[in-house]
Design a protein around this ligand. Structure first.
Ligand code: BT5
Length: 249
């Protein structure tokens, strides 16, 4: 795998042919003090989404996790998720696939059912640890269905291989461009927000956002510089920092 990828990214890269979860491995590295390291695997046997959901990770995908130590208060660490989704979307578009970002963490490819959101190409899982108002580490996990057959994915998912009519993508170029963009955007909230907005599928839509304690329905009108979604519900403006978002027709 290391040979396929080469080593020209702005992060030190640890390669695995197969690993349970790159996020789990990256968390271990983070607690050992690592920084600016990326764990990259061809296959994951225990990939995870948010809320401990399973993440299908067959061989041929891009499953990676970056260990970062940003000088940020915990409330601003979600900036890294914004930077990562904008970076991933930009790299995918360079590979010729028209992806959009669905808040908070999905890359979608429009299809006939696009009004409802489209097919999921990638997802992001950010985990962090902090103390005394400072972030000690953030692990940003990106799962991107690159050279994977759709038969090996959940029903509503797609892959770069499928969207490129069976032509494999260069994972080396994809990862290098993704990490370069992420490196540029992670220290630049204004640029990260602009890049995110440029590719956003969610803004201007009616959405239903499910939070642990309530459900909000309204129009998604903006995203803040830390990636919170601003929803107008008719009588008020709500700023939501986390939750599941559904696009309504
Ligand atoms: C996410 O969760 O979208 C975050 C996924 C993060 C995966 C990366 S891979 C590298 C790193 N290491 C890990 O262990 N994780 C990270 P969420 O929004 O909760 O979406 C999960 C849902 O997406 C599942 O319940 C399925 O419905 C669907 N799903 C599972 N695998 C998928 C895939 N490969 N492509 C598209 N959709 C998938």
């Amino acid at each position: 795998l290391a040979v396929e990828y080469g080593c020209e990214a702005p992060f030190e890269i640890e390669y695995h042919d197969s690993v349970a979860s790159t996020n789990a491995r990256a968390r271990d590295l983070a607690t050992e003090g690592a920084s600016d390291v990326v764990v990259l695997a061809d296959e994951q046997t225990g990939g995870r989404g948010r809320l401990d959901r399973a993440w299908s990770s067959p061989s041929g995908g891009v499953w990676l996790s970056a260990v970062c130590r940003p000088a940020l208060p915990p409330a601003r660490a979600t900036l890294l998720t914004v930077a990562a989704s904008a970076a991933a979307c930009g790299a995918v578009r360079e590979a010729g696939v028209d992806a959009r970002i669905k808040w908070p963490n999905d890359l979608l490819v429009p299809d006939a059912d696009y009004e409802r959101g489209g097919r999921k190409l990638a997802g992001i899982l950010t985990e962090m640890e902090g103390e005394a108002g400072r972030v000690s580490w953030v692990v940003v996990g990106i799962g991107l269905n690159a050279n994977v057959a759709v038969d090996d994915l959940p029903a509503d998912a797609t892959s770069l291989l499928a969207e490129r009519d069976g032509e494999p993508v260069s994972r080396r170029r994809l990862v290098q461009r993704l990490l370069e963009r992420f490196d540029d955007l992670r220290d630049d909230p204004a640029a990260a927000r602009e890049a995110w907005r440029a590719h956003a599928a969610t803004l201007g839509r009616r959405v239903r956002v499910t939070l642990p304690s309530e459900t909000i329905v309204g129009e998604a009108v903006d995203v803040t510089d830390v990636g919170a979604l601003v929803v107008e519900t008719g009588d008020e403006r709500r700023v939501v920092t986390a939750g599941d978002c559904e696009h309504l027709r």
